[in-house]
Design a protein around this ligand. Sequence first.
Ligand code: F6R
Length: 243
Amino acid sequence: MVEIIVAPSYDAMSRVAADVMTTFINEKPHAVIGLATGTTPLGMYQQLISDYTNKLVSFKDVRSYNLDEYCGLAPDHKQSYRYFMQQNLFDHIDIDPRNTFVPDGVNENADAVCDSYEQNIIDAGGIDLQLLGLGHNGHIGFNEPDDVFSPYTHVVNLSDSTIDANSRLFAARSEVPKRAYTMGIGTIMRAREILVIASGPGKASIVRDAFFGPITPRVPASVLQLHQNVTVVLDEEAASLCE
Ligand code: F6R
C-alpha cells in the first residue's frame, strides 16, 4: 500500500520525512535503516542532525546500509557515497561508525562485494525502514530502467541520463564512474517499510508514472506499488501531476 503525503515546500517535506524516521527509531532503537544519497535527502539529514542535537533521537544502536556506491571510488573520494554520508549525516550524529555500511567501492572483486553486502543485510535481520530518492528515469538506488527487476545487490552500468545528472558533481563528465554497486530491487522490496522522498517540478512526471502508472521494470520505482508499506513524501511541485 502506498500512502502519499504532500508537504507545502522542500523544507516541510524534509521535516515530515525526518519525523517518519525519528518516530521509527524512537520506537525501535536497534532499527536497521537503509539510506540514500543525492540532493533530495540533504534537508532531511539536516533535520535529523538537528533532532539529534536537540536530544529528540539517538542513533547509537541504529545500523545503516546505504543503497549504492560508485565502483572504483575510495571512501575519502569527495564524490563517493561513503564520503557523502560522513559529511552530511554520520559525522554529526551518534551512530557507531562500525554500524554504518556502504558497498566497498575499491574492492575489485565485485561478486564478493555484492554477496557480502546482501548477506550482511540478511544477518542484521533485514532492513526495517528504507529511504529512497527517485531518479528522473524512475531509478531507485542505481537500478536503471531494464527488462527485469533485479533480485539482489549487483553491479550496474550507469545509463547516459544518470551519468549526465551526476556529472554536475564532478569536475568533468568523463570523471563520473561508469559503474556502480546497488542494492537490487529485491533487496529494496524486502525492507519492511519504505520511505520515498521527491521534490521539485523535475520529478513531477516520474512521480506520476511511478505511483499511478503501470508496474514495469522500465520504471523501476513502479514496483513499489506492490509493497505493503510505502510512504511517499512530496513537495507540492513534485506532486503537481498526481490526480
Ligand atoms: C542515491 C540513489 C539515487 C537517488 C536518485 C535521486 O543513493 O540511490 O537513486 O536517490 O538519483 O537523486 P536526487 O535526490 O539527487 O534527485
